[in-house]
Design a protein around this ligand. Structure first.
Ligand code: UD1
Ligand code: UDP
Length: 405
């Protein structure tokens, strides 16, 4: 069995010729749309370093939603596990990632595996690396709701990944504090900002032209556009039904409103959305949007209703109010800043909160202010420096992000 030392522990004995490499091998593994968006800036920055050889592994836990991000950021993975199946279970994803990634680790013998966030790919990728005793760097570390099943399975995925990680890249100070409370040594935590802001700043364009006739045809000055996304596993079924019924009622009450809902391809989301919202003229059910048109649509819309994690980070940077269709959030910074409001999934409450922002200009203006608690667009650089330090390839100390204070 291959046993590898942790290069962060000084004085460790070198058992393997690979440890003598002056160029170190880093594997980045990811599988879903949000991981790809948030890993892309990191991969680009790591690839520019002459001290690292970067290998990109995609599990393809998502397929089309992943591929569009790879195309946008010109990322060509060296390995593609191609595991996605319709209605896949978490257990199936875990087994396929564990088996598939183990074979790659055995072949490539990397010095570090980088994972991102809290998906099943994240946890299974970390577990496979741990079983081979390969150090793990966790990007977007330290997010917590402290509720085991909310979000499910993400809260436990990120917590367990944190237990396995040797390096923690926390996006904010709040995230770092959560890790410290769990006993993680502060020397292996770096506050970096969230790489989603790096990706966002590279993708937003003031005069963006949509290829879709629908999105180009809307007059965003005179029509109020509500952008909706929903996919969380704990919202599937009744909560999603309540959300969709509320949206239906809101559109009926407001003549100047258009709802744009890029529907997640999960059949459990798609079928219910079509059933409840499918026949309304001003509710536009479309497929998932590619990242570039999506963020540029976010930049033009009036209000966002979502249960997404990443959108809670991007919208504040664009000054767009967000009503979060969840009971808890692991991203308290934007709530504290007043741009994001947690409203849950109750139909009446959702109608009331949305109506307030549609009819009370002052309430709307209070939320519609651009702030940036999640980063300055330089998170990927900080992650590169942290990795070079960890692997003994740089002397420079890492300047931390001051965001999320
Ligand atoms: C996954 C992550 C979740 C993350 C979300 C981002 C887990 C358990 N869940 O949830 O943390 O917030 O991605 O979107 O890791 N599908 C397609 N094409 C695609 C992608 C998905 O058809 O490109 C369909 C498939 O039928 C698939 C289903 O969606 O079975 C669910 O995908 P899955 O990755 O299991 O869960 P998500 O809800 O997307
Ligand atoms: N997103 C996208 N197209 C869409 C919906 C979302 O590109 O139709 C982007 C969004 O800008 C954000 C990310 O996908 O960067 C969030 O992904 P998702 O909501 O699926 O996952 P989560 O962040 O909740 O894990």
């Amino acid at each position: 069995m291959v046993v590898r030392d942790n290069p962060c522990q000084s004085g460790s004995v070198d058992h393997f010729p690979d440890r003598m490499r002056t160029i170190k091998k880093v594997i980045c593994i990811f599988g879903t749309r949000p991981e790809a968006i948030k890993m892309a800036p990191v991969i680009k920055v790591l690839e520019e370093s002459t001290k690292l050889k970067v290998i990109t592994v995609v599990t393809a836990q998502h397929r089309e939603m992943l591929d569009q991000v790879l195309r946008l950021f010109n990322i060509e993975p060296q390995y593609d596990l191609n595991i996605m199946e319709t209605n896949q279970s978490i257990t199936d994803i875990t087994i396929r990632v564990l088996k598939g990634f183990e074979a790659i680790l055995l072949k490539e013998q990397p010095d570090l595996v980088l994972v991102h966030g809290d998906t099943t790919t994240t946890l299974a990728g970390s577990l496979a690396a741990f079983y081979r005793q390969i150090p793990i760097g966790h990007i977007e570390a330290g997010l917590r709701t402290y509720h085991k099943y909310a979000p499910y399975p993400e809260e436990m995925n990120r917590k367990l990944t944190g237990c396995l990680a040797d390096l923690h890249f926390a996006p904010t100070l709040t995230a770092k504090e959560a890790l410290l409370k769990e006993g993680v040594n502060s020397e292996i935590i770096t506050v970096t900002g969230n790489t989603v802001i790096d990706a966002l700043l590279q993708t937003i364009k003031r005069d963006f032209y949509f290829k879709s006739a629908l999105l180009n045809g809307i007059d965003y000055q005179t029509r109020k556009v509500i952008l909706v996304t929903a996919h969380r596993r704990e919202n599937l079924g009744e909560p999603l039904g309540d959300i969709f019924s509320a949206i239906r009622e809101i559109i009926d009450r407001n003549e100047d409103l258009e709802v744009i809902f890029p529907v997640h391809p999960n059949p459990k989301v798609r079928e219910l959305a079509e059933e409840i919202l499918g026949d309304s003229e001003r509710i536009h059910l479309i497929g998932p949007l590619d990242y570039e048109p999506f963020v540029n649509l976010m930049n033009r819309c009036y209000l966002i209703l979502t249960d997404s994690g990443g959108i809670q980070e991007e919208a504040p940077a664009l000054g767009k109010p967000v009503l979060v269709l969840r009971e808890t959030t692991e991203r308290p910074e934007a709530v504290e800043a007043g741009i994001v409001k947690l409203i849950g999934t109750s139909k009446d409450h959702l109608i009331r909160e949305t109506q307030l922002l549609l009819t009370d200009h002052q309430e709307y203006e209070k939320m519609a202010k651009a702030v940036n608690p999640y980063g300055d667009g330089k998170a990927a650089e900080r992650i590169l420096n942290g990795i070079l330090n960890y692997l003994g390839l740089a002397e420079a100390t890492v300047e931390e992000s001051v965001h999320g204070l």
